[in-house]
Design a protein around this ligand. Structure first.
Ligand SMILES: [Cu+2]
Length: 178
């Protein structure tokens, strides 16, 4: 007999294994690849290389649907932008209806040499979830030579994460207990 808990367990194992192998590829990835739904969470995005030897000069992160009240951390030497957008679904927060929220973060104007790596940090409130779900943070990295790395690939039903050329950084959202 396979019950719902068993299915969740297998899904989680599969997903964790996939993300583990993803990290080995040294693409753009998040330091913590699991988090509890509904919690506040600090995300650390790692940029591990430039573009064919050229330094990284811009990192842009698109926040997934349902992520709230994001605050990115400024980086010395980089100009930071937190772009607000009108929400399709306004939400209540501390007695106030929030109709606009940060949807995109952009660090630019800095220079990260190809031979080094760096971390780009932001805090956010994660959405609630009743099932284990994956949040994708599509990231576009731009280099001094005008090349881009678009970390925006999301696995379809049949794809293995390994097969994706430029996987989007992701977090596995675990439903809160109770
Ligand atoms: Cu890579």
């Amino acid at each position: 007999m396979i019950n719902r808990v068993t299915i969740k367990f297998y899904l989680l194992c599969f997903v964790i294994f996939s993300c583990f192998s993803l990290n080995v590829n040294a693409h753009a990835s998040l330091e913590e690849d699991t988090a509890i739904a509904g919690n506040s969470h600090k995300a650390v995005l790692r940029i591990t290389h430039g573009c064919n030897g050229s330094p990284t000069v811009s990192v842009r992160v698109r926040l997934p649907e349902g992520v709230k009240r994001t605050k990115p951390m400024p980086k010395p030497g980089w100009v930071l932008e937190a772009k607000q957008e009108k929400l399709d679904k306004p939400y209540q927060s501390r007695g106030v209806t929030v109709t606009e929220d940060v949807r995109e973060i952009h660090w630019k104007g800095g220079s990260l040499e190809d031979k080094f790596f760096d971390e780009f940090v932001f805090r956010m409130e994660l959405p609630e979830a009743s099932e284990t779900t994956i949040l994708y943070f599509r990231t576009v990295q731009e280099c001094e030579n005008g090349e881009f790395h678009r970390w925006i690939d999301i696995p379809g039903a049949k794809d293995e994460v390994d097969e994706l050329e430029s996987p989007a950084p992701s977090i596995i959202l675990i439903p809160a207990e109770g």
